[in-house]
Design a protein around this ligand. Structure first.
Ligand SMILES: C[S@@+](CC[C@H](N)C(=O)[O-])C[C@H]1O[C@@H](n2cnc3c(N)ncnc32)[C@H](O)[C@@H]1O
Length: 311
């Protein structure tokens, strides 16, 4: 991949930013984006409302199980200070990732958002995206024993790693205790031994040089550039010498984004506050500046890329 990146948002992006600065329009765009995702989920055979209700009730005859709040207390780190950038509305949720609605809808949302990556509409798009990343990882790295999944959310990326590396001890880190409570519930259901840690990826408090692989799947596009750089440093600190950092996320140079119709770009940006910062960061340079070597960037879907770097 040799295309150069723009260092500032392009004209269309600037126009979209101007439009989204008008609050009623931004709210309308968020509502439209959310409705589009729910509608697509239902169309691909993911009954959004039914699945969310089942998760919230935990199969009981109540609308919201009290066990969720009990579980929240077991994962939450009361001493954590949230970075300012995290306390923003994300994905059309006013409280961003810090709510039960966000936590219980994120799985169905992933199936919907990834349904059209390879054309058509298919529930398997999400699994295919994860496979496409793992194929590249598998070719680059030999059986890691210790894996850190930064931005693990409700555990989808951690469980996928566990499936391909069943021998590994996996730790999932996330800033949302609500997401981690769902991850913990899911790991009880599938008897997994993944450890869940409520902490910032830029300051995990984990031991120096303790992981063979640090993986982060679809987190960087949610971050300002300064946080991405801090997280790269933290990944380097916790990696063993010779260990790998794997980053899977949107590919700013993919044609899909270059040619995206303005109204779709508006809907996308209305739910992703740091997209411009992510799209204009020279990630390879950031990794080299942090002291990583052998950085490779490979397209793994029509709109995603996998970056692998070695410590
Ligand atoms: C789009 S989700 C990624 C989902 C997950 N990895 C997957 O594959 O489904 C991004 C996640 O990153 C988390 N996150 C964002 N900033 C973070 C930070 N600084 N430290 C830890 N987690 C963070 C969010 O709470 C969210 O769960």
């Amino acid at each position: 991949m040799t295309n150069t990146l723009p260092s500032a948002p392009n004209f269309l992006s600037q126009v979209v930013n101007g439009i989204l600065a008008i609050k009623p329009i931004a709210n309308f765009a968020k509502k439209q984006a959310r409705e589009l995702i729910i509608k697509r989920a239902e169309a691909i055979g993911v009954p959004w409302r039914k699945e969310v209700a089942a998760l919230q009730s935990r199969g009981e005859n109540i609308s919201f199980s009290p066990q969720w709040d009990a579980d929240l207390q077991t994962v939450i780190n009361p001493n954590l200070t949230y970075p300012e950038y995290y306390l923003q509305p994300f994905h059309a949720y006013e409280k961003g990732n810090l709510s039960w609605d966000a936590a219980t809808e994120v799985e169905v949302a992933a199936y919907s958002v990834h349904a059209k990556i390879w054309g058509g509409e298919n529930k398997q798009g999400d699994a295919k995206l994860r496979d496409s990343y793992h194929q590249i990882l598998r070719n680059a790295i030999t059986l890691p024993q210790t894996i850190l999944d930064l931005g693990c959310s409700v555990g989808m990326s951690s469980f996928a790693l566990q499936e391909i590396y069943p021998q590994a001890q996996i730790t999932g880190v996330d800033l949302s205790p609500y997401f981690l409570a769902v991850a913990k519930y899911r790991s009880q259901q599938n008897h997994s031994s993944i450890k869940w840690l409520h902490s910032a990826a830029e300051n995990t408090q984990l031991q120096d040089e303790s992981f063979d692989l640090v993986s982060t799947f679809l987190m960087f596009h949610e971050l300002p550039q300064s946080a991405i750089k801090d997280i790269i440093q933290e990944a380097k600190r916790v990696l063993k010498t010779g260990g790998y950092l794997g980053i899977m996320d949107m590919n700013p140079q993919a044609e899909t984004f270059m040619k995206m119709p303005p109204y779709i770009l508006t809907l996308l940006k209305s739910t992703e506050p740091y997209l411009d910062q992510y799209f204009t960061l020279d990630i390879k340079q950031a990794l080299l500046d942090a002291g990583f070597r052998d950085v490779t960037i490979t397209s793994n879907s029509p709109r995603h890329r996998t970056i692998i770097a070695q410590k």
